[in-house]
Design a protein around this ligand. Structure first.
Ligand code: ADP
Ligand code: ADP
Length: 241
């Protein structure tokens, strides 16, 4: 399968700190890759660069075969994409944050509808139909009218996933999807990720929990000091998976 995400030699420095140091990673279509690493190794910086919230200093990102942010042209010329080109590709990358950034004053349904109408310009009826379908698929049909404060942590996480999926991304990024959850809810998120994988969704899951990575991922990449130091299927890279 062609890689849906291809990251090559991505680098980012903050006043002397090399947060990303020639980071390479490919994620194939339908694959779940867990990215594991200690605090400060550059995981958040990577996600911020992949969503172009942060501008990398160097390196390249490709999403579904298309350059994102900077493009390598013939004879080694690097072309920076315009704001418009970047904004057009952004919805292709769904991001689910650790802190659930649902809009507190909107119901679960409206949290899923709103980005479709605002960002994609979808008609409200169509956006609502998709939101209903996604909330149903994620087991939230009876929670659609609730506000975030009246949802459990796991339910909020699933609304955030539905909201990202509504944009029909080519790739989903998860930032520590379980670390803010009670242990009994980790299984719930695991189940959702596995059901997404069954639909062929491509996922990069950033975590510091090896057990979670072993349970969820096709492949694990270990990161340290801004780069991938080892990667492979869980059974090959973990002593007792
Ligand atoms: P992780 O998510 O793995 O904990 P981060 O990507 O947050 O790692 O951080 C990687 C390194 O970059 C750390 O040394 C961190 O202190 C530094 N860093 C991250 N963001 C900034 C910033 N905005 N300004 C300065 N240093 C930063
Ligand atoms: P968790 O499973 O994260 O511990 P809670 O114990 O907060 O979740 O919630 C358990 C159930 O109660 C969930 O189904 C949730 O939807 C519901 N619930 C939680 N808070 C409220 C609230 N303020 N109003 C209505 N229902 C709520």
């Amino acid at each position: 399968a062609q890689p849906i995400l291809r990251v090559s030699a991505l680098s980012k420095e903050f006043r002397g700190t090399r947060a990303l140091n020639e980071f390479y990673l490919d994620v194939a279509e339908g694959e779940i890759v867990a990215l594991i690493g200690p605090s400060g190794c550059g995981k958040s910086t990577l996600l911020r660069c992949l969503t172009w919230l942060e501008q990398p200093d160097d390196g390249f990102i490709e999403v579904a075969g298309r350059p994102f942010g900077r493009a390598l042209m013939p004879r080694g010329v690097v072309r920076r994409q315009s704001r418009r080109e970047i904004d057009a590709l952004r919805p292709k990358i769904g991001l689910v944050f650790q802190q659930l950034n649902l809009w507190p004053h909107l119901t679960a349904l409206e949290n899923v509808v709103r980005p479709q109408t605002v960002v994609l310009g979808r008609a409200r009826a169509e956006a609502t139909r998709r939101a209903d379908e996604l909330l149903g698929r994620l087991g939230l049909a009876d929670r659609a009218g609730r506000y975030p404060h009246a949802l459990s942590g796991g339910q909020k996480q699933r609304v955030a996933i539905a909201r990202a999926l509504a944009m029909e991304p080519a790739l989903m990024l998860f930032d520590e999807p379980t670390s803010a959850l009670d242990p009994e809810l980790v299984g719930e998120v695991l189940t959702v990720l596995k059901s997404l994988a069954a639909t062929g969704m491509t996922m990069l899951v950033v975590t510091h929990e090896i057990g979670f990575a072993v349970n969820v991922a096709d492949r694990i990449a270990f990161m340290d000091a801004g780069a991938v130091i080892e990667e492979g299927p869980a059974r090959e890279v973990v002593a007792n998976p």
